[in-house]
Design a protein around this ligand. Structure first.
Ligand code: NAP
Length: 311
């Protein structure tokens, strides 16, 4: 934290997911003494992921939280400082850039934004009321509460299928409710889910209400082709319908696309010199741990070049 202009960081990284921690590793190895503002959850979305099976170097897969811990250790080994705090305001009108947090204020010559994305909510009645009481967005965190229960998972993407498969470890049944009749998920997970005897699919259907009495006991479903509605008894609902990028702090100053993702060039530059970004906050397309990590490394390398060019 800094309260005087003498204390200007060379590189401040906002966010501690794979992008932020990889950026920290690369910036630390370049001797920039980066500071990482972790945000509310160290590790971001990965910290809530059951198993990461597609990151090279882990042939047996690795638990999300364990992966975060390894990333953290490696960045800290080279001198990155990780601070458990969140940015609440940024002033990018001049350099050094000023970032206000709950705990204080930071000045930095360069910024790497790695704030990731938030889970998207359904926005139906009952969702907020029953969050933590049968409504969940994290199978890793909550799956074990649903031993031998009947669950539904909403969504047709990779997350819905991956976490749906994970939930079959505990649940009696997992019904995947998708709004279309074709999955968005890739073939591998689609086949794995279809082969799983505990998993069933309900197609062309949306959840219109989550109902309960203390905890969730049913959902109201509507077939979007026939408009037919039904109330289906269930014990829990896991929602995986995509993400919303965390760009609120920057959207007035930095270019974003129509969905709010930061617009980056191939070198991770935003439209503002000295401000770089990496990971899902600027990646509406791939959203993979390995790609976010690569973007983080690239952003840090560009920071090094940017500072060298200036001197
Ligand atoms: P996603 O690919 O955007 O899928 C979101 C799903 O939710 C889609 O099927 C979408 O339906 C549905 N949806 C969106 N809004 C909805 C609403 N209001 N009501 C009902 N359904 C709604 O998101 P994701 O599954 O979280 O994946 C994000 C990225 O991470 C993707 O690039 C994915 O490949 C990647 N990922 C990869 C893995 C892996 O192991 N390879 C695992 C997890 C995630 P439509 O299909 O009709 O649009």
């Amino acid at each position: 934290m800094t309260d005087s202009s003498e204390n200007v960081l060379e590189c401040l990284i906002i966010g501690s997911g794979p992008a932020g921690l990889s950026a920290a590793l690369y910036a630390a190895r370049a001797n920039l003494k980066p500071v990482v503002l972790s945000g509310m959850d160290l590790g971001g979305q990965v910290s809530k992921t059951a198993a990461v099976d597609n990151y090279p170097g882990f042939p047996e897969g690795i638990d999300g939280p364990e992966m975060v811990s390894i990333f953290q250790k490696q960045a800290e080994r080279f001198g990155a400082e990780i601070i458990f705090d969140s940015a609440t305001e940024v002033d990018l009108s001049e350099r050094p850039f000023k970032v206000t947090t709950y705990g204080g204020e930071y000045l930095a010559e360069t910024l790497i934004i790695a704030t990731g994305a938030e889970i998207r909510q359904l926005g139906v009645p009952g969702e907020t009321d029953f969050t933590g009481r049968g409504v969940s967005y994290c199978a890793t965190c909550d799956g074990h509460f649903f031993q031998e229960k009947d669950l539904i998972v909403v969504g047709g993407g990779d997350s819905a299928l991956k976490e749906g498969i994970f939930l079959t470890r505990f649940a009696k049944s997992v019904t995947i409710v998708h709004r279309r009749d074709e999955l968005r998920a890739g073939v591998y997970l689609a086949n794995k889910a279809k082969e799983n005897p505990k998993i069933k699919f309900i197609w062309d259907t949306v959840v219109t209400e989550i109902i309960g009495d203390g905890t969730v006991n049913s959902v109201r479903l509507k077939n979007v082709k026939t408009d037919q509605e039904e109330t289906r008894p269930i014990d829990g609902i896991f929602i995986y319908i995509g993400h919303i990028p965390n760009t609120d702090l920057f959207k007035d100053v930095l270019d974003t696309d129509e969905n709010g993702y930061l617009v980056l060039d191939k070198q991770m530059h935003t439209n503002l010199p000295g401000v770089f970004a990496a990971g899902e906050v600027g990646d509406p397309h791939f959203q993979q741990v390995v790609i976010s990590a690569g973007m983080g490394a690239a952003a840090a390398m560009e920071v090094v070049e940017f500072l060298e060019d200036e001197n």
